[in-house]
Design a protein around this ligand. Sequence first.
Ligand code: 13P
Length: 280
Amino acid sequence: MAYQTLKEVLAEAEELDFTVGAFNAHNLEMVPAMIEAAHEEGAPIIIQTSVGTAETEGMRNFVAVCKTMAEHEAVDVVLHLDHARKLEDIEAAIAAGYSSVMFDGSLLPFKENIEKTKRVVEYAHQRGVSVEGEIGTIGGTEEGFTVKEGNYTRLEDAVQFLQECDVDALAVGVGTHHGQFQSKTKLNFPLIEELHAHLKKPMVIHGGTGVAESDYHRLTENGIRKFNVGTELLVAWTKKAKEKLSKTEVNESLRNNMIPCNEEVYQIIKHKIALFMNQK
Ligand code: 13P
């Protein structure tokens, strides 16, 4: 059990036919609870941070917590930079010790996405770091970027992208939206099946909060190896924080309020990992 790359945990998921949960850490405080949930389920976990959260909390601080817990809690942990759009953010994360990065060139013209992703792959792989790329777009809002309607991934684009870019995982647009927490989406399963039949790479679902849990099994069966959940954790943590802090004395120990917030995140992750692992 160790600090791992995305490539390593996805290879295991492919071999044993399960999906690895990738959970967005919205602060440093919740990370130990996230990793403990994976440890409890005996599963690997991908902790991911947006560029904004990473900068606010300190990339090296995330690395320190993830590495320490991977080594001492007997759990495989990947630390992944989510949706980086600038090369300098990727370089900073790799210098700090992240084991995986996403280069999101999905809003760029197709050729430019390929060119830039190739450069990231070369840079990251030389340093032993994995790379996730994206083809098609995921609708919704994340970190100030709004994509009104997601564009479905086109098979021919994905094939060409993978011929040119040796990414370790591919994020696909199949009907999900970032930040969808009040309803569930209708996934385009015919497209997912088509992509799975032709692409040899592990695929990634973004906007996992808006995916019905009853769809998880079919996604695993169709080559989804990384499944991102962010908003559901944020909403649960914030709701609990509002509830607790509204009733608290200003001099009450902070841990009395933070432990219940982290416990919400722990329970959600434990539940989802159990679903991702138990696919038979
Ligand atoms: P949600 O916040 O909608 O769960 O999406 C998370 C995600 O895909 C991060 O990239």
